[in-house]
Design a protein around this ligand. Structure first.
Ligand SMILES: [Zn+2]
Length: 248
């Protein structure tokens, strides 16, 4: 049995037996982990409020060989988000990001870029709750990118011509992006405005992205939301759950 320590973001938990819980976390050094927190539902317990969803913790756990479930030993709260738990749309946004992290992250595979991106997005929503939708779009684009599912959108997949940024391009059912000539106009159109938003996500941190895209029209934001929703749906082969309605 080996002992590990890592920083981790609690994503969700399920009750187990009378007093225990199974807790799912995204950890910095081991990626997605599922663990049993024994006795955590007893009134007085060593975990306190640290296993509430979306709490950032320092986690010590035991891992047994060939067992996917680890055993939580000790936790320490680094950042609680309890103060936001009364805001329904923020909670829905957090749950949505949490669900996608669970869906996209292979268990026990550290991905430092994904961990840092997720943390930055939770932070950006906490600090600027009004920008929830924009931060969620940013999160979706980066999640797709870091897990290798974001289509190349700088050059045409067919003729390899670099897009000028002034044209509408087309996303095919094979998730490749093509120019008008190569696609024959078939597939989902991606306007130059959405194209520009996609490029902006690559350059900016989430809070900055939300700030700098305040003037972007509702139509463009809606179009971007449809695009990421479609991409995620195709990767998961079902519609993502619990996505907050735009403008909520
Ligand atoms: Zn082309």
């Amino acid at each position: 049995m080996a002992l590990f320590e890592t920083e981790a973001l609690v994503l969700r938990s399920y009750n187990l037996a009378e007093a225990d819980k199974i807790v799912v976390c995204l950890s910095r050094s081991a990626g997605l982990i599922r663990g049993v927190a024994k006795g955590c539902r007893k009134l007085k317990n060593r975990f306190g409020a640290s296993l509430e969803p979306f709490t950032l913790i320092n986690l010590t756990y035991y891992e047994k060989e060939h067992r996917e479930l680890v055993a939580f030993s000790r936790t320490e709260i680094l950042k609680s988000r309890f103060n936001l738990s009364s805001n329904a749309s923020i909670l829905t946004g957090f749950s949505y990001m949490g669900d996608l992290l669970v869906d996209f992250s292979p268990p026990h595979q550290a991905n430092d870029n994904l961990y840092r991106m997720a943390l930055a997005c939770f932070e950006a929503v906490s600090e600027t709750p009004d920008e929830l939708d924009t931060v969620l779009r940013y999160f979706e684009v980066w999640l797709l990118k870091l897990e290798g599912f974001l289509p190349e959108s700088r050059v045409c997949a067919e003729c390899h011509k670099a897009f000028s940024g002034e044209e509408t391009v087309y996303l095919g059912t094979d998730l490749a992006v093509r120019c008008f000539q190569c696609s024959g106009g078939r597939g989902s159109a991606i306007s130059k405005q959405v194209h520009a938003l996609l490029r902006a996500t690559e350059k900016l941190a989430p809070a900055k992205f939300a700030q700098e895209t305040k003037e972007v029209s509702r139509d463009t934001k809606r179009e971007m939301a449809e695009l990421t929703f479609q991409l995620i749906g195709r990767v998961l082969e079902r519609m993502p759950r619990l996505r907050p309605a735009p403008g909520q």
